[in-house]
Structure formats: C-alpha cells, structure tokens
Design a protein around this ligand. Structure first.
Ligand SMILES: Cc1ncc(COP(=O)(O)O)c(C=O)c1O
Length: 380
C-alpha cells in the first residue's frame, strides 16, 4: 500500500488560528512587534516556571542562543571544546564560530550521547569546556560530566534542543552545567516557529547574556559588549504562549504512538529500540530505532523502501559532524576513536513521530518493518 499524502518525521504543533488572531490583534493595537515586548517578557517568565530554572533568556533561534552561550562563558580564544559529532550541524558550528576548536569524542551505544568515560583522555592543557548534547531526548551522563568538569576546571554547556521539559531524578534538565540551550524550531515538541532559549542559574550571566543578545546595548547611550541580534519577536512569543498550553497534550499523544511502536517492533530480530534511563522523563521528541547487522536489510535500504511509499523517515545523524567537508580535514578539529559514532551513523532511523499520526499509517510503518524481517528470513 502506498500512502497518498507524504508523511514526515514530525508535524509542527499549531495552536488554534482564532486564538492566534486574538494575540495578533493585541500586538497590532500595541504597535510593539519586537524588542523585548510584553509577550516576550511573559513567555520568558512562563518558561522559568515550566523549565524550573532561575533564569531564561529567549532567542530568535537555538543556534544564535548556543553561539551566545559559548561566547558568554569567555573561553580562551583557540581553546578546545570536547563535544559529540553525533548531533545537528549547529552544535560544532557554534564552537567554530566562536574561534574555538571542536574536539569530537565518541558516544555511548545506548543513549547515543557523549561517552563520559572517554572524555577525560581527551583533555589537554588547552581544553576549556565540554559541550554535551541530550540527543533525541536521551540525557547525557550529567553527574559524570559534572565531576570531570570540576576536576579540570572546565565549563559545561548542554545542547538541549531535544529535551524540552525533561527531568532527571525530578530535577529539570535545564539546571545542569553552566548553561543549557533549548531550540523552539518548528520541528521541536514545543515551537515558536523559529526560536530558542538559554537557561542558567548563575545570576552574573544575566546582564552578559542580555547584552550579547542585543548588540551589547545596555541603555540608549551605553554599549557594553560586541553583541549580536538574537532577539525573539512578539509573534514568535505569542506562538510560544499558545503552544505552552498544548505541549503536554501532544506529549500524551506521542506517548501513545511510542507505546504502539514499542509493542509492534520490540520483538523484531535485528531492530533495537533504545531505552530511556529509568530516572528520566521522556520529552517525546524523536523515536529512533537501530537497524542492527542481523536485520535482513540495511538502514539505507529501509529508508529507501519507506520513501517509495511516501513515508519520509530521517537518518539522523548521517553524516556525523566529523564527516563534514568543513571538519574532516581541518587542522583546527580533533578526532578521537569514533567507532561507536561510525557504527551508529549507519544504523539509526528516526520514524515519523507526532501526536496526530493515524493508526493506519502506524500500522503500515510497523508492517514494513515486520514484513521485511519475515520475507528475508524465509529466503535465507
Ligand atoms: C541538536 C540540535 N542542536 C541545535 C539545533 C539548532 O536549533 P535551531 O534550529 O533552533 O537554530 C538543532 C535543531 O534545530 C538541533 O537538533
């Protein structure tokens, strides 16, 4: 069976149009459309409660937020930042744009986050920070990373683009490390169309981050920093205020989709479903599966099969950042043994994952994965 409408890996969470129009009318009446307006400030405060952190600074997108996070920590120019290549391009690009050197560390096979046990051997006198990514919603080993950072006096930044509202042992994930970045891009569980934020607990960073986000302008006649334009506008903030009312319901729907996949896929030989650590709540951002060597066809062949029937799965994260043209032969980039990354980059497939996925489509996806396993078993 071929599905008529293309099914993508996600669908943006969209508020009711009438509700959005009420907010728009407010903005039109006020004639204040950007520059830390009422809606922006309201969203910043609401997010402090939702993310259970002391400080939230909103941004026009997650990438600019991450650029500013790294800049705010004043790492020595040219120093090394240990990170994962198993992430979206923005993560290492933000390190490089800050004039720092990405040092790519291998990942853990289960959570696919930076392997904390391999970080220490990559530390040199030139290392200034660790940048971990809570990839697909799986948290980094925050306690181990914290210990290493304290021992070597390193800063810790987390890319939390995939972990909106996640908690570890009851503690909100935005409280670990020096700064965490969240992305509110359209593809994320909670979106402001484009957008993002930084969370942090050090009060000394408030003024610094405010300045870096707004050209360094502190007041009409005082420019304190070489800042950039990272401001979130009022329309984005309205989208955020409305989506804050919806994201929990969307998580519940995704929980059901996850349960359907888990039930129908977990006994297929050759398909591994990575498990969330027990002490962690799920953000329900992605549903990755791993196509192991004993599955009859490769991840790439499966991707092509799905594409032929209009189901657009994603090979996140292929290629790994360490394979990019701009990093692989770059003397400013350090690579270690990346055997787990190089294995998993060819095996992970992210399946369509959003609340309104119809059961017929879910059935079709599971059938493809089941049938492929059965057909080949017969032949060989
Ligand atoms: C892991 C990760 N980091 C950073 C980003 C960049 O965020 P944004 O698109 O909001 O700039 C994304 C995706 O968009 C991401 O998936």
């Amino acid at each position: 069976m071929s599905i008529k409408k293309k099914i993508y890996v996600t669908e943006p969470l969209l508020p009711n149009l009438e509700d959005f129009n009420v907010y728009l009318k407010d903005i039109w009446d006020s004639k204040w459309i950007t520059n830390m307006g009422d809606k922006h400030n309201l969203l910043e405060n609401r997010l402090k409660e939702v993310l259970k952190v002391n400080n939230v600074s909103l941004f026009n997108n997650g990438t600019i937020a991450l650029l500013v996070a790294i800049k705010a920590l004043e790492l020595p120019y040219g120093s090394e930042v240990i990170t994962t290549p198993f992430t979206f391009a923005a993560t290492p690009h933000c390190i490089s744009w800050n004039g720092l050197k990405p040092v790519f560390c291998d990942i853990e096979p289960d959570t696919m986050t930076i392997d904390a046990d391999k970080i220490e051997r990559m530390i040199t006198p030139n290392t200034s920070a660790i940048l971990g990514v809570h990839v697909y919603g799986f948290p980094c080993h925050v306690e181990k990373i914290d210990k290493i950072a304290k021992k070597y006096n390193l800063k810790v930044i987390y890319d939390g683009a995939h972990v909106f509202s996640t908690e570890i042992n009851g503690k909100s994930i935005g409280n670990f490390g020096d700064i965490t970045m969240f992305s509110f891009h359209a593809t994320k569980l909670f979106n402001t169309i484009e957008g993002g934020c930084l969370t942090y607990n050090n009060p000394n960073l408030v003024r610094k981050i405010y300045n870096l986000r707004n050209f360094g302008i502190q007041s009409e006649e005082l420019v304190e920093e070489v800042g950039i334009n990272g401001k979130m506008n009022e329309l984005q903030a309205c989208m955020g205020l409305l989506n804050l009312e919806l994201y929990k319901e969307e998580q519940l729907k995704r929980k059901r989709v996850k349960a359907f996949y888990d039930k129908n896929l977990s006994s297929i030989k050759g398909i591994r479903i990575p498990k969330m650590p027990e002490n962690t709540t799920n953000s329900y951002q992605y549903y990755p599966i791993i196509i192991e060597d004993d599955y009859p066809i490769s991840r790439n062949e499966l991707y092509d099969k799905f594409k032929l029937i209009n189901i657009m799965t994603r090979k996140y994260f292929y290629p790994a950042c360490s394979d990019y043209e701009c990093y692989k032969n770059n003397l400013d980039v350090k690579l270690s043994d990346l055997s787990v990354v190089n294995d998993l980059k060819n095996k992970v497939l992210c399946l369509p994952f959003y609340g309104s996925l119809e059961e017929s489509v879910l059935n079709e996806i599971c059938e493809v994965l089941n049938n492929e396993a059965k057909v080949r078993t017969k032949i060989y």
